[in-house]
Structures are given as C-alpha cells and as structure tokens.
Design a protein around this ligand. Structure first.
Ligand code: F6P
Length: 361
C-alpha cells in the first residue's frame, strides 16, 4: 500500500478538479492511499495534507479553480523549503507525487526529485526518520500534468484550462461586439498568456478580430501606422466596430511592453475613432470548465496514476540502482503520451528565453 500525493501549483486552471478526481479515485481503486496536498507546495512544506476518501472528489468536475487550493510558493524555490517538504513526505510516507501546474511548478518538482536522495540521507542522519522509512522512500516517484490556461508547454498540444479560457475570451468579446457596433467604437481587448501568444492568436481567429498583438512576433516599429491604415480601410468598407486583441507580454522592438493605453492613444490621435479598453484578467481563469477540459483533466489524472505507480510492486526502480525517470502527461493529437519531465522543462525554458530574447534584440 503506497501513499500518492496530489497538489496543484501556480495559477489555477479549469479542469484541475477533474484531474484531482481521477487521481484520487484511480489510486483508491488500486488499493493505495491518496493524499490531497492543500495550497500547492505551501501545503507540502507546512503539512497541510488530508488523506482522501472516495467522496472527497464527488461533484467536482463542473467546478472551476482548484478544490485543493494552489499557490505560487517562494519557499519551495529554496533547497531549505524543499527539504522541509521532503521531511513532511517521509513522515507521511508519501513517496509518489503528482504535480498539476505550469512549467515553474514542474521545474520545482524536478528539483525536489534531484535532491530527494540527499534529503533522505540527511533526515536519517539527523534522526528525523527511521532506517525503515528511509529505505521505503529511497525513491521519489513523480509525474506531472500540465495545468495552465496559457497552453505554453511545447510538448503538449493542450494544457488543462486553455480551452475554457478561450471559451471565456470568446464569450466576453461576443458580448462586447454589439455595444462596439452601436457606438462605432474600437475595443482593445487585453488577454493573458504570459510569454505565450496562444490565447491571443487563437482567440483572434475565432472572434474575427481585426488585429492581434502576440509576444512571439513583436510588431514592427511602424505598427501604429499599419494598424491605423488597416482600421481606416475596413471602416471605409462599412465596418462599424473593430476588435484588437493584445496578448500579455507583448513588447516593441526595444523590449518595452505595449499596453492597451498606448494602442488606444495611437488610434485616437491618428483616426477619429473612439477606443475602449477591456482587460479580461482573471475572468479568463473563472467559471465552469468546458467538456474538453473536464475530459482532459480526467484522462490525464488517470494516466498520471498509471505512470507514477508503474514500478510500485517492488517500490523502486525497474533496475536496482537506476533512477526512475519522471514523466509529464502530454496530449499529442488524440493520445496522451508520457514525455520526460526534464525534456518538457528544457523545451519550455528555451521557448521562453527565445521569446524574451527576440523581443529585446
Ligand atoms: O499562468 C497563468 C496566468 O494566468 C498567466 O496568463 C498570467 O500572466 C498569470 O497567470 C497571472 O498570475 P496571477 O493570478 O498570480 O496574477
């Protein structure tokens, strides 16, 4: 009987609850213990952990947010913080961990895995754990699930929550279009996504936006002129409203952030048009998950349990002395593939660096 812990970390995303449900129920079905680690890594450090039963995860798939709480935990970024977390895990005999979160959260998990053996030895030497527990927990079995509205994991076609966030964005813009039309206004709609333009770009296509700014391709220096020429020409064809989508993290060629206010001012000074800004903010992370995010959460949760428990028979590595390799559940087409955690992290780091670097060149 093994202890499997689950936590959500970083920004919440719709569909996380479905993943937690599948993890709890599949772990219990296989006859193991399951633990809900509350408030992300903070709960792992402070021991805010509850053993789950079957009913804990009844009626949760339709709920947005994370039912077990999440956080961005600074202490877990330090080795001391991670050692505290390891101590809690040894005490509760939780040697199987499933982390649901974005790239930063998965990176934290990878660090914990790298230091795990050393932490075990130290805790034993300090008399904080018995030899039996130290032996039982000689390996941390880890699996990741990408939960983030940003859909910024290169290895996965879809992260849990991005479909719902797009749905929210489309709904919001559908709601703005008629008022924009009535007043013949331009709306600059600011959307989330951090360094990734997925939400901005795909929403722009779906709502027939006139213009989109997204971080991967910074606009030319003469964007105000290009944008205003375009708006001018579509207005001449009789269009009564315009939607411009502005992704988070968009910068100009000098690396300076382009904000909604600047876009508004450029349009208002060049064209005789009224402009309003709509910042969708955390509404994008709100509300019920779509069918797709529910199903994705459930599938990924189920797969993560299979992955993490696959060597549980002997409690260790397939080959003695060889470390298990942690995997992240990634959607490829219609299939969920288990991709090496270190690869997922490396790819994310490179992509973020490339975007930041390109935008400040
Ligand atoms: O990573 C998800 C995300 O919603 C980003 O799109 C956004 O930049 C960030 O989180 C906002 O974070 P917070 O909720 O901490 O303000």
């Amino acid at each position: 009987n093994h202890g499997v812990g689950v936590l959500t970390s970083g920004g919440d995303s719709q569909g996380m609850n479905a993943a937690v449900r599948a993890i709890v129920r599949e772990t219990l079905r296989q006859g193991h213990r399951c633990y809900l680690i509350r408030e992300g890594y903070t709960g792992l450090i402070t021991g805010n952990i509850e053993q789950a039963n079957w009913n804990h995860v009844a009626n949760v798939t339709h709920l947005g947010g994370s039912m077990i709480g999440t956080s961005r935990c600074d202490e877990f970024r330090t080795s001391d913080g991670r050692k505290k977390a390891a101590k809690v895990m040894f005490e509760k005999r939780i040697f199987y961990l499933i982390v649901i979160g974005g790239d930063g959260s998965l990176m934290g998990a990878q660090k914990l895995k790298e230091e795990w053996g050393r932490f075990g030895e130290e805790l034993f030497a300090e008399g904080k754990i018995t030899e039996e527990v130290a032996n039982e927990g000689r390996e941390l079995h880890l699996a990741g699930i990408v939960g983030s509205i940003d859909n910024d994991c290169i290895e996965s076609d879809k992260s849990i929550g991005s479909d719902t966030a797009l749905h929210r964005i489309c709904e919001a813009i559908d709601g703005l279009v008629m008022t924009a039309q009535s007043h013949q206004r331009v709306f600059v709609v600011e959307v989330m996504g951090r360094h990734c333009g997925y939400l901005a770009l795909t929403a722009a296509i779906a709502v027939e936006a006139d213009y989109v700014f997204y971080p991967e391709i910074p606009p030319d220096d003469n964007w105000p002129e290009q944008l205003c020429n375009l708006l001018d020409s579509v207005r001449k064809f009789g269009k009564r409203q315009n939607v411009i989508i502005l992704g988070e993290g968009v910068t100009n060629s000098k690396g300076v952030k382009i904000g909604g206010k600047q876009v508004k001012e450029e349009i208002e000074t060049r064209l005789q048009l009224e402009v309003r800004i709509a910042t969708l903010g955390h509404l994008q992370r709100g509300g019920s998950p779509t069918f797709l995010d529910r199903l994705l959460g459930l599938r990924m949760g189920y797969e993560a349990v299979q992955e993490v428990l696959k060597n549980s028979e002997d409690g260790g590595s397939p080959v003695i002395g060889q470390k298990t390799i942690s995997k992240v559940m990634c959607l490829r087409g219609h299939n969920i593939e288990r991709i090496e955690l270190s690869r997922v992290i490396r790819q994310s780091e490179t992509a973020n660096e490339e975007t930041i670097h390109r935008n400040s060149d």
